[in-house]
Design a protein around this ligand. Structure first.
Ligand code: URP
Ligand code: ZN
Ligand code: ZN
Ligand code: ZN
Length: 499
C-alpha cells in the first residue's frame, strides 16, 4: 500500500532559504515541494500553517546504552531515540565503542544488534578506535568498504581504557586518510588528567568539583592543538567532538585560518549550561553535570561557543547524550573519578539551540537548519538524502512552532534518565510534529512510533564537503619545501554526489 502525506501551509526552511510551500510525501520520500500541488485523493493532510517546516535534526553524537565506567548508560536505543523524535531530531549518529583488544567488526555487529530492534528514528555509527594493530587497520578498511562507516573516533583521554598515544594516532590518521574516512577526536590530555586526579584525591578533594579542577581548559586546548597538528601532518580531515571551552574553540578557529581541515562540534550541554553546577550544594545536581571534557567555570562560555557556531567558525551540533541515573552517578560518591561521565541532551538540543541561537538573535532560521542538520549531513556524507527538504530526500521533517515555549524538566521529558541538565530552562521553539521516513511518529505530545521503525543509514567514504577541503589543502603544500608523499601526494579520488 502507498503511504501518502501532505504537509500543508507551512514555511519550508532549508539551510539556503525559506519559502512558503506544501510538501508532498510518498512512501517515505519527498516527491513534491511547492504551491498548488496536484495530490491524489485520500492523502492524509497535516496543517502546518503559521509554523516552520524544517529538516529533522541530526544529532552527531550520542551514546545510547553505552557500557561505561562500571555501568551502562540508562537511555537505550529505544528511550533515547523516542526522546529524540519528541524533540525534533530524526537521526542520531551513535558510537560503536568497545574495549581495547576487541575486534572492531565484532563490536560493530554487537552495536547493530542492540540498535536495530530498538531505534525509533534513523541512525548511523561512528566507530571508536581504542587500540592499534594490523587487524584494526584492516577492520577499519572493511568497515568503510562494506559496513557503511566513514568516521572513526579516537581518544586522547581515558588512559588505559580508550586512550591512544600520539604514535598510534599518527598511524590511525594515515589509515583514515587512505580509506576516505573522517578522524574524530576526544581532545583532552589523558596523562595529565590521570596525575591530576590523584593529586586532587590526595588533597582530600573527592566531590564533583574535583572532576572539573583536574581537567581545566588548557588540558582540552592542548590536546585539541595536538590532534589538529598530527592530522595536518598527514593531511587527514579532523573533527573535534564535544568542544567545551573557549580556548579549545579558539585553537580550532586559528587552525582553520591557516587552512587546516578541521571541524568543530559544540554540544547542547556546552551551548546551554556551564561549570558553576559542579559547585552546587546538592551532590546529585553537581554529579549530574559530570562529563568529559567538563563544562567550564567561565559563565560566558556558552554564549561564546554560540557566537562561533552562528558565524561559521564551528560547524554542527551533537549532544554527547550519555545518561546515568542517581544510583549510577553514586558510584563516584566518595571519588569524583568514579562518577560515570555523561549528560543528557538528545531531546532538548533543538530547543536549546533555537533559544540561545535564534531567539537570542545570533542566527537566523536557515543557519539553525545548517547547524542542527544540513552540515552534519554534508560532513558525514548523507546529504541530500538527509538535511534538506526537496524532492528525492528522505521525508524526515519537523513542524516547528517558533513562538510556543516549553520549560525543560526531568519531570516531563521522555528520556529514561532521572535528571536533566537544562532543568527549568524555558525555551522558545517547540517541535509540534515529527515525520520520520514519511510517517508521523510524534504529534501534539503523542507518540505513534514503535521500536525498530528506524533504519541504519550507511554512509560512503569521501564526502565531497570534506574532501574538497582536503584537496584544496593539498594544493597549498609546496612539495619542494616539504616531503609529504604519499599522504599529500596525488589528489584523492572523490566519490558520491554530494557537495
Ligand atoms: O562524558 C562523556 N563525554 N561521556 C561519553 C564518552 C565520551 O567521551 O564522549
Ligand atoms: Zn568523548
Ligand atoms: Zn539538586
Ligand atoms: Zn561522546
Amino acid at each position: 500500500a502507498q503511504s501518502r502525506l501532505l504537509v500543508k501551509g507551512g514555511k519550508v526552511v532549508n539551510a539556503d532559504r525559506s519559502f512558503e510551500a506544501d510538501v508532498f510525501i510518498e512512501n517515505g520520500v519527498i516527491v513534491q515541494v511547492g504551491k498548488n500541488l496536484s495530490i491524489p485523493g485520500g492523502t492524509k493532510v497535516i496543517d502546518a500553517s503559521g509554523k516552520l517546516v524544517m529538516p529533522g535534526g541530526i544529532d552527531t553524537h550520542t551514546h545510547m546504552q553505552l557500557p561505561f565506567m562500571g555501568t551502562q548508560a540508562i537511555d537505550d536505543f529505544y528511550t533515547g531515540t523516542k526522546a529524540a523524535v519528541a524533540g525534533g531530531t530524526t537521526m542520531i549518529i551513535d558510537f560503536v565503542l568497545d574495549q581495547k583488544g576487541v575486534s572492531l567488526l565484532e563490536a560493530y555487529d554487537k552495536w547493530r544488534g542492540w540498535a536495530d530492534p530498538k531505534v525509533c528514528c534513523d541512525y548511523s555509527f561512528h566507530v571508536a578506535v581504542t587500540w592499534w594493530s594490523k587487524q584494526v587497520a584492516d577492520e577499519m578498511a572493511e568497515l568503510v568498504k562494506n559496513r557503511g562507516i566513514n568516521s572513526f573516533k579516537m581518544f586522547m583521554a581515558y588512559k588505559d581504557v580508550f586512550m591512544l598515544d600520539d604514535e598510534d594516532l599518527y598511524d590511525v590518521y594515515k589509515k583514515c586518510k587512505e580509506i576516505g574516512a573522517l578522524a574524530m577526536m576526544h581532545a583532552e590530555n589523558g596523562d595529565v588528567i590521570a596525575h591530576e586526579q590523584k593529586r586532587m584525591l590526595d588533597l582530600g578533594i573527592t566531590g564533583p568539583e574535583g572532576h572539573s579542577m583536574c581537567r581545566p581548559e588548557p588540558v582540552e586546548a592542548e590536546a585539541t592543538n595536538r590532534a589538529i597538528m598530527i592530522a595536518n601532518t598527514v593531511n587527514c580531515p579532523m573533527y573535534i567532538v564535544h568542544v567545551m571551552s573557549k580556548s579549545a574553540a579558539n585553537v580550532i578557529v586559528q587552525a582553520r585560518k591557516k587552512g587546516n581541515v578541521v571541524f568543530g562540534e559544540p554540544i547542547a550541554a556546552s551551548l546551554g549550561t556551564d561549570g558553576s553546577n559542579y559547585h552546587h550544594k546538592c551532590w546529585r545536581h553537581a554529579a549530574g553535570h559530570v562529563m568529559g571534557p567538563p563544562l567550564r567555570p567561565d559563565p560566558t562560555t556558552p554564549g561564546y561557543l554560540m557566537d562561533l557556531l552562528a558565524n561559521g567558525d564551528l560547524d554542527c551540533t551533537g549532544t554527547d547524550n550519555c545518561t546515568f541515573n542517581a544510583n549510577q552517578k553514586a558510584l563516584g560518591k566518595d571519588n569524583f573519578a568514579k562518577i560515570p561521565n555523561g549528560v543528557n541532551g538528545v531531546e532538548d538540543r533543538m530547543s536549546v539551540i533555537w533559544e540561545k541561537g535564534v531567539h537570542s538573535g545570533k542566527m537566523d532560521e536557515n543557519r539553525f537548519v545548517e547547524v542542527t542538520s544540513a552540515t552534519a549531513a554534508k560532513i558525514f556524507n548523507i546529504y541530500p538524502q538527509k538535511g534538506l527538504i526537496a524532492p528525492g530526500s528522505d521525508a524526515d521533517l519537523i513542524i516547528w512552532d517558533p513562538s510556543a515555549t516549553r520549560t525543560i524538566s526531568a519531570k516531563t521529558h521522555h528520556q529514561a534518565v532521572d535528571f536533566n541538565i537544562f532543568e527549568g530552562m524555558t525555551c522558545h521553539g517547540v517541535n509540534v510534529c515529527t515525520i520520520s521516513r514519511g510517517k508521523v511518529v510524534f504529534e501534539e505530545g503523542k507518540f505513534t512510533v514503535s521500536a525498530g521503525d528506524g533504519k541504519f543509514v550507511p554512509r560512503k567514504p569521501y564526502s565531497n564537503y570534506v574532501y574538497n577541503r582536503i584537496k584544496k589543502r593539498q594544493e597549498t603544500f609546496d612539495p619542494k619545501k616539504v616531503e609529504r608523499d604519499p599522504y599529500t601526494g596525488p589528489v584523492i579520488q572523490l566519490g558520491g554526489a554530494n557537495t
